[in-house]
Design a protein around this ligand. Structure first.
Ligand code: AMP
Length: 752
């Protein structure tokens, strides 16, 4: 019988992770090991799972009380039918506490190696947890994940299981669970936990797995209590979040509970409806109760769009007219979005637009469950006010800072510019603070008309055109949200959901894509460009780049191709071949190096030449295969991006038609058609001659758009695409040399 298991992937070299210790808590059968398995399987963070054998845990615990509870102890031994095996272990481990000590020392070693640790044991009460909370000192955060399932369920699960690693199954299991139930003591922040997650059903568990599974090596999670402690009152708890605020705390001085932490300060724009700290729940008026319920319901897992009033602040659109349009468009859309909700948000109680809209919406009898107004910072609705909106709108005349650079990059992936009246849906990378802290899965950028003469492209007093554009902006925004709702995106996305979301690019240009982009300036266009001014320096050329968790997908596939058979085309000892998820041409695949520690071409040195030759040869073989299968393809190029967006060295093998809906913007085009793209043959040559690769400046990404064949310049991507679909000019001489271009005639391009 094993006393302890350590199960961990090797951490990537040179990476400084912020290690954490996650202490699982739950009865036997609550799914602790499954939780650990899932997290470790999906995570790019190095983890060690420390698992103390179940019977020895009980033995440990009982032995501490042996003098006072000898009969119980003996009964337990009989019950478990353990005596010989267990006592043998006991002797080996020099006393029962040794088994726990062994766990502690293994956890300490894992932390020293830079791994995070999952403590997979019952940890049912404070006493059992206390030593694990000391691990790593104050530098290492301790988290608790509580799998708080009913004892009945845990018993039925553990009674049924077979082949359990700790031999805790059948009748023994039921006895152990029953033994533990009375001792159950939920963890508190005051024990020393930075974060506690309470899971009461499979959905909670899935969410928590997702949170830890998506946690990149350098990511951290917000502190506090998450999830509900009481399984029967989910909806009620939402309301309690608000009531708690007005009830003087009965347990003043004790640690904050989830309910206390997520209290909104205000729930409606009206002065008198704000809940004052001294008011008792019982004093609340019917109206206040209704508001509480509305706000609480919005916190439930119902897709909710929070949006600001478009164009009424900086762009000075007339408030009366704007409020009419908002109410008109809300009325039109509430019937089209199923259970989903719309919430108009403004920062201040004094907001005129909120009160106008509120009054007009009431006059029109718009269902208050579907539409409400709310006072708060749209980027902090959940953390500050307890209102969870999975989608937020960014009226694109300001930069959405809390989205982080991840949002900037994701936005830039989708489009270069936005014209007034249009909206652009951007799935939020999971590393964005808006995602991790606020639970926002999508941001919809939307641009309205500008009526402010101090700002560029003012429409002056042309309210006919202005109103038309404002209606169009709301229509685009709500259609964008409606598509997210229809795509079935849950408020709390799973890992796979998130991938799908990233895959889906929603663009809601009423006049079809990119009309107005890169043409003459349109009202407000320059603002959007401002908003989206994503510093090119962000694409770092340094080797020590920090990768967000969304940038880890290729790394995860290279390390565990067996878990990604849906996208993997071929797995060899040193490389994995896969389809690019967002192909920029008819055929676009990636050849990934499997070596750990090679994040990008910047990490490659002379000793990697043979690996790069293998990558080239495999890529070349696949290019030939595609050329043979489809005569329309004609040419391929094989090469690397100077500053890739995704971690793990990967070779692009891409057909030269660039006929793909995923090729949307200048950056996409220029990353494959300027010196930023370094041909594989040149990389190998330079490594051979100089020992390292000269990386090209990312300024190339913002160069003008030139046809890769005839080199003619084009004003925007759609025009360029129209041109290349018919350009038959021969490729530039440089591309025709040294095997940079692979054609169907070419079968001699293998590297020596
Ligand atoms: P690079 O700019 O060289 O880092 O290229 C990364 C490539 O990975 C791009 O062509 C993306 O389309 C592609 N990509 C991004 N995410 C994924 C994913 N999850 N699976 C497969 N390919 C991806």
């Amino acid at each position: 019988m094993e006393t302890m298991e350590i199960d961990s992937p090797t951490p990537s070299s040179g990476e400084e992770t912020k290690a954490i210790v996650v202490i699982l808590m739950g009865l036997p059968g609550s799914g602790k090991s499954t939780f650990c398995d899932h997290v470790m399987r999906s995570s790019s963070r190095p983890w060690a799972r420390i698992c103390q054998n179940m019977l020895l845990q009980v033995f440990d615990e009982m032995s501490q009380r042996v003098s006072s509870d000898l009969v119980g102890f003996i009964t337990l031994l009989r019950l478990f039918d353990l005596s010989l095996t267990l006592l043998h272990h006991d002797t080996i481990n020099n006393g029962k506490s040794g088994t726990k000590l062994q766990c502690l020392s293994s956890a300490t070693s894992a932390l020293k190696e830079g791994k995070s640790v999952l403590i997979d044991r019952c940890n049912i009460n404070k006493e059992q947890r206390v030593d694990f909370l000391k691990l790593g000192g104050t530098k290492v955060e301790k988290h608790a994940v509580v799998l708080d399932f009913p004892a009945k369920l845990c018993i039925s699960r553990s009674v049924k299981r077979t082949g359990h690693e700790g031999n805790l199954q059948g009748g023994k299991a039921a006895a152990v669970v029953n033994q533990m139930v009375p001792k159950k003591e939920l963890p508190k922040l005051t024990e020393g936990f930075a974060r506690i997650t309470f899971c009461q059903d499979e959905k909670d568990v899935k969410e928590s797995i997702n949170v830890y599974g998506l946690l990149g090596p350098l990511d951290s999670l917000p502190s506090g209590c998450f999830g509900n402690k009481n399984s029967d009152t989910k909806t009620q708890l939402g309301i309690m979040k608000f009531l708690k605020k007005v009830e003087p705390s009965s347990n003043a001085g004790s640690e904050p509970t989830i309910s206390q932490k997520l209290i909104p300060n205000e729930i409606s724009p009206g002065k008198d409806s704000g809940l004052q700290g001294t008011k008792k729940a019982s004093d609340l008026t019917g109206v206040a109760h209704k508001k509480l319920e509305e706000a609480a319901a919005a916190s439930d897992n119902i897709p909710t769009l929070a949006f600001p009033s478009i164009s009424t602040s900086d762009f000075q659109f007339n408030l009366e007219k704007a409020s009419d349009i908002i109410v008109e468009k809300v009325e039109e859309f509430v019937g089209k979005i199923g259970k989903a909700k719309l919430v108009l948000v403004d920062l201040s109680h004094k907001s005129k637009i909120l009160s106008l809209v509120k009054t007009k919406a009431e006059q029109k009898n718009i269902d208050s469950h579907k539409f409400s107004t709310f006072v708060g910072d749209i980027t902090r609705l959940r953390s500050q006010k307890g209102l969870h909106c999975n989608v937020i709108a960014n009226a694109a005349n300001w930069r959405l800072k809390p989205g982080g650079s991840e949002l900037d990059i994701a936005t830039k992936e989708k489009a270069d510019c936005l014209s007034p009246g249009n909206a652009l849906v951007v799935p939020l990378p999971s590393s964005s603070p808006l995602f991790t802290r606020e639970g926002v899965t999508h941001v919809i950028h939307v641009l309205g008309p500008n009526m402010n003469p101090q700002r560029p492209d003012c429409l002056k007093d042309d309210y006919v055109h202005g109103s038309e554009l404002l209606r169009k902006a709301y229509t685009s925004l709500f259609e964008g949200f409606s598509s997210i709702v229809k795509s079935g995106t849950e408020v709390h996305s799973t890992n796979d959901d998130h991938k799908l979301k990233r895959e889906a690019a929603y663009e809601f240009d009423m006049n079809k894509k990119y009309k107005g982009c890169e043409k003459d300036p349109q009202p407000g266009l320059s603002d959007f460009r401002d908003v989206r001014k994503i510093p090119d320096e962000k694409v770092s050329l340094e080797t020590t780049k920090t990768w967000g968790s969304w940038a880890q997908a290729l790394y995860n596939i290279a390390m565990h191709p067996e878990n990604h058979t849906n996208v993997v085309l071929e797995t060899l000892d040193d490389v994995v071949v896969m389809n690019d998820a967002y192909p920029k041409a008819k055929r676009h695949i990636l050849v990934l190096a499997r070596a750990n520690g090679l994040d990008s071409i910047a990490d490659v040195h002379r000793e990697h030449i043979s690996l790069l030759k293998s990558m080239h040869d495999v890529g070349f073989k696949w290019a030939q295969k595609f050329l043979n299968e489809d005569k329309s393809l004609s040419f391929f190029r094989l090469g690397y991006h100077s500053a890739p967006s995704m971690r793990q060295l990967h070779l692009h093998v891409i057909s030269q038609d660039f006929d793909s809906g995923h090729l949307k913007n200048k950056k996409h085009w220029n990353s494959f058609n300027t010196p930023f793209f370094i041909d594989s043959v040149d990389v190998i040559k330079e490594l051979d001659e100089v020992g390292k690769v000269t990386l090209k400046n990312d300024k190339f990404l913002s160069m003008e758009l030139r046809c890769h064949r005839c080199k003619s310049v084009h004003p925007n991507v759609p025009r360029l695409k129209a041109h290349i679909s018919s350009c038959q000019a021969s490729f530039p001489a440089a591309l025709l040399q040294n095997g940079r271009l692979v054609s169907s005639e070419d079968n001699t391009n293998f590297c020596e």
